[in-house]
Design a protein around this ligand. Structure first.
Ligand SMILES: Cc1cc2nc3c(=O)[nH]c(=O)nc-3n(C[C@H](O)[C@H](O)[C@H](O)COP(=O)(O)OP(=O)(O)OC[C@H]3O[C@@H](n4cnc5c(N)ncnc54)[C@H](O)[C@@H]3O)c2cc1C
Length: 391
């Protein structure tokens, strides 16, 4: 009798505990999703500024991080980062320098003459890393120093518009995570040299997979949350958000990098058509799209992008980033186009305080300056309005 009573008690306790667990589980899964109110940007004609057309230097297979020999010279590649040049730049610089150090061994001394070809984000970060490691004899040679893709880029720190072989993705992730650490230091005011140009802002995507940031979660980033964006005009969208996303103000950061290098490296304007024009034994090839000709690498292709700067906005309404992809289509000129909508709090250097925000964008592989696909600016603007539910 006592035995069967205690058995009944035991069963009742198990059922009760299962019930409690189930209750919490159901309650948890039904917890209302956080609603965040976002005021759409002003998109009337008078609020649209400069239209920017530029080209991502994408390399099929992965960016090139290899070191090659040309007689006695060592040529260290650091090009082909696609739509993720900023996302990878500080990490890629450290990675390629390490590969060169391994290959060159004791031939590479702190006072060896080193030439970096290219003065975009990749070239400047390579120089900054070399300087911070104590190298003293560095020259940067570039055909152009201003108005580069690196100045024009949007500024989202997330790996997009690359075409990496699966086995190389691990390396790219490691480089991206190192780069995130660099920008997080800048954003928190903890970097010893670079004091401005990166901020931490909520960053919204439609899915975790599309962000490319999942490999960063648990290493340098917090998990994304499900949220509903409410634009206050009847339009709401389910999204996910990384509250520790990073925006880099590309123009400002290019200026900060240049200032940090002034007096520590020499700069020379010249187009290089053959590495034999350079006397240094150690050369970094940071020429972006230029690597197609200079390294005769036909895996490097332009991926055209369209951006429109915004004018006279409410600055406090734009302290976030959004990226969503639309369906693929074809441009009038016959190129395959991956259309998207993104908005970042970018500013052009020297522009008025309230001229903040950039909207994008297109991904048109193979299109270059000869095919501007001008109508894509209008298609993009309509996509942005549809996203926000603006009539
Ligand atoms: C529309 C758009 C939006 C983007 N948004 C983002 C973003 O949000 N986040 C992100 O991470 N990335 C973004 N990117 C990608 C990023 O801008 C690029 O990956 C990055 O700027 C590439 O830097 P780079 O230094 O390799 O090239 P560049 O900035 O193009 O610099 C190349 C340098 O090499 C020099 N050069 C080339 N050939 C020669 C030669 N033969 N001799 C001498 N010098 C030469 C050039 O003069 C220049 O100085 C975007 C790109 C575009 C187009």
């Amino acid at each position: 009798m006592t035995k069967s009573l205690s058995k009944t008690w035991l069963v009742s306790i198990i059922i009760l505990m299962a019930g409690i667990t189930g209750f919490f589980y159901i309650n948890h899964s039904e917890r209302p999703v956080e609603i965040r109110k976002i005021t759409p940007p002003k998109l009337e004609l008078k609020h649209l500024g400069k239209k920017i057309l530029c080209h991502r230097p994408m390399r099929h297979g992965s960016p090139s991080f290899s070191v090659n020999r040309l007689g006695k010279k060592y040529i260290a590649d650091n090009f082909g980062h696609g739509g993720s040049g900023w996302t990878l730049a500080p990490g890629a610089a450290g990675y390629v320098i390490e590969v060169l150090q391994r290959e060159a061994g004791s031939e590479l001394a702190k006072d060896s003459e080193i030439t970096i070809v290219g003065a975009g984000a990749i070239g400047l970060f390579t120089a900054l890393e070399l300087v911070s490691q104590g190298y003293t004899n560095i020259k940067i040679i570039a055909e152009k120093f201003d108005g580069l893709t690196s100045h024009n880029a949007g500024g989202l720190i997330a790996p997009v518009s690359m075409d990496n072989e699966p086995e190389l993705q691990k390396v790219v992730n490691k480089i991206g995570i190192d780069a995130y650490r660099f920008f997080a230091k800048v954003a928190k005011g903890e970097h010893p040299v670079i004091k401005a140009g990166a901020v931490i802002v909520p960053t919204y995507f439609e899915t975790r997979e599309e962000s490319g940031l999942e490999p960063y979660v648990g290493v340098v980033m917090q998990p994304a949350k499900d949220v509903t964006l409410d634009f206050g005009n009847g339009t709401k969208r389910p999204m996910i958000v990384y509250d520790d996303g990073i925006f880099v103000d590309t123009g400002l950061l290019m200026q900060s990098l240049r200032q940090a290098l002034e007096g520590k490296v020499t700069f020379k304007q010249q187009k290089i058509t053959d590495f034999n024009q350079i006397e240094s034994q150690f050369i970094f090839n940071c020429t972006g799209l230029g690597a197609r000709d200079l390294s005769k690498d036909d895996k490097v292709v332009p991926v055209q992008g369209h951006l429109i700067m915004l004018k006279d906005q409410n600055v406090q309404d734009l302290q976030h980033m959004i990226l969503v992809y639309f369906k693929e289509g074809k441009t009038k000129s016959g190129f395959k186009v991956k259309r998207s909508f993104y908005i970042f709090p970018k500013k052009l250097l020297g522009s008025p305080q309230n001229d903040v925000g950039v909207i994008g964008g297109t991904f048109i592989e193979g299109a270059d300056e000869t095919t501007p696909n001008e109508e894509e600016f209008f298609i993009m603007l309509q996509g942005v309005k549809d996203f926000y539910g603006i009539k």
